[in-house]
Design a protein around this ligand. Structure first.
Ligand code: PHE
Length: 452
């Protein structure tokens, strides 16, 4: 692949890839989605399966995606085209990256609606609305927001505009710098809040809920939810990691970089669980309430904490920025492709795609109120998009990419890419991907189709 096709530069420091990839992974999935998924799926049982999925599927597949991206140093669409031109893969594989781009596009449409909730809660924190609120009042605030399409549309539009402006710039600029400040601050804040929650909330109940389970709680639905969330949380299968890997320095160990990303992502999710769940238990909120869990429980704590309104505003600001660094990676695949292949400016490409995302997001936000009677396979449009992407599309694309890496790409090409000091590590990864991750993903993809 000619170097000129990688027009957007190589990350100037090996750490920048880790930062950008962590920025993509850490987002609403960790702070908004993880606590309520744990709550809905039985606590410890979900956490146990989730951690197992990260090890047996998430990490090996992430390594595969990144190795593929770095090996050809181009956007995912051109990478697979190139493999096809070199007769390594057949024509059918060329469609896989388009599917990945589609997944990013679909996810962003509802992701930006939720980021809009964070924007709305940021505004309310600044206005002091949460001072001394009770759980019933925050439930009321949340329901009013979700029941008011005009306000949600306004915040959704603001978020999509922010994404367009950010993706419109070259990703090597700014993004990693933002994550470098954002992640440590977010982790320290979550850590501090978890200590506060453990003091004012029901910490004992949280610990027994999160860290104990019995085997009959591990149902097919829980497994499906855990695998789907592992893909969502690690941003696997929608090509963003693949696209970022194209800019990664050759000297960086891919396995090490990916392990750090998985570690950071898991740390943030568990900390978020330790912040939200003690409050949920002490406020007697149903732990399986669903998507409103974080938004209903946290403001109550902010309203009581000394200086809590300020802390709340900072928290929601960090959440918005974390969502933004994830959202950027969702559009990166198509934007980098349009830019490199058709010389469309990044801003124009981002704008065109952003308008599509905005329109689809508009439809999914209406499904939460005006159109809540319209169902697809028994789900409102918003939930359908969430389930379809996490449980079907991402696992399916990840499966295809893994089959490509494990069974189609010549082994020596991978060995060159995954420079490890210890060849045993390569064998380990290769065998886990081939004999463990791929069979699990086959079962999950089939299960996803049957279940949804
Ligand atoms: N990983 C992101 C999060 O946890 C969401 C995401 C999904 C980002 C898929 C990119 C692709 O919020």
């Amino acid at each position: 692949m000619p170097e000129s096709r990688c027009m957007q530069g190589i990350w100037s420091s090996p750490w920048l890839f880790i930062l950008a990839a962590s920025g993509s992974a850490v987002g609403l999935g960790n702070i908004w989605k993880f606590p309520y998924m744990v709550g809905e799926n039985g606590g410890g049982a979900f956490l146990f399966v989730y951690l197992l999925c990260l090890l047996l599927v998430g990490l090996p597949v992430l390594i595969a995606e990144v190795a593929l991206g770095r090996s050809v140093r181009s956007n995912p669409i051109d990478t697979i085209n190139d493999l096809h031109e070199r007769h390594i893969v057949t024509k059918g594989w060329v469609f896989v990256p388009y599917l990945a781009g589609l997944a990013g596009f679909l996810i962003l449409s509802f992701y930006s609606v939720i980021a809009g909730w964070a924007l709305a809660f940021f505004e309310r924190s600044l206005k002091g609305v949460f001072k001394g609120v009770t759980k019933d009042e925050t439930q009321g605030i949340f329901s009013t927001l979700v029941g008011t399409p005009t306000e949600m549309l306004a915040w959704h539009s603001v978020f999509v505009l922010l994404v367009i402006l950010c993706v419109g710039q070259s990703v090597t600029r700014g993004l990693a710098m933002l994550v470098k400040i954002l992640l440590p601050v977010l982790i320290v804040m979550l850590f501090g809040l978890s200590i506060y929650s453990s003091i004012v909330g029901d910490f004992d109940k949280t610990v027994s809920f999160l860290f104990s389970w019995n085997w009959n709680q591990i149902t097919p639905d829980v497994v499906l939810a855990a695998v789907g969330h592992a893909f969502f949380s690690l941003s696997i299968g929608m090509g963003g990691m693949f696209a970022y890997a194209a800019y990664m320095s050759k000297h960086m160990s891919i396995a090490r970089a990916c392990t750090i990303v998985v570690g950071v992502d898991t740390l943030v999710a568990i900390l978020a669980g330790l912040v939200v769940l003690p409050l949920v238990f002490s406020l007697n909120i149903d732990v399986d309430t669903g998507p409103s869990l974080t938004f209903v429980s946290l403001p109550v704590a902010f309203g009581r904490l000394p200086g809590g309104l300020f802390v709340g505003a900072i928290f929601f600001l960090l959440l918005i920025l974390a969502a933004l660094t994830s959202a950027i990676s969702m559009l990166e695949l198509f934007v980098s492709w349009l830019h490199e292949r058709f010389y469309v400016s990044r801003l124009k490409a981002a704008f065109g795609l952003g308008v599509g995302v905005w329109l689809l997001g508009f439809i999914s936000l209406l499904s939460l109120n005006e159109w809540k009677d319209i169902h697809i396979f028994g789900f409102i449009i918003f939930d359908f998009l969430d389930k379809f992407t996490s449980l079907i599309l991402l696992p399916m694309i990840a499966l295809l990419l893994s089959v490509l890496v494990a069974l189609r790409i010549p082994r020596n090409m991978l060995e060159n890419e995954l420079i490890t000091r210890n060849p045993k590590h390569f064998k380990w990864w290769y065998n886990v991907l081939k004999f463990c991750s791929i069979p699990i993903m086959v079962v999950i993809t089939v299960g996803g189709w049957i279940g949804v």
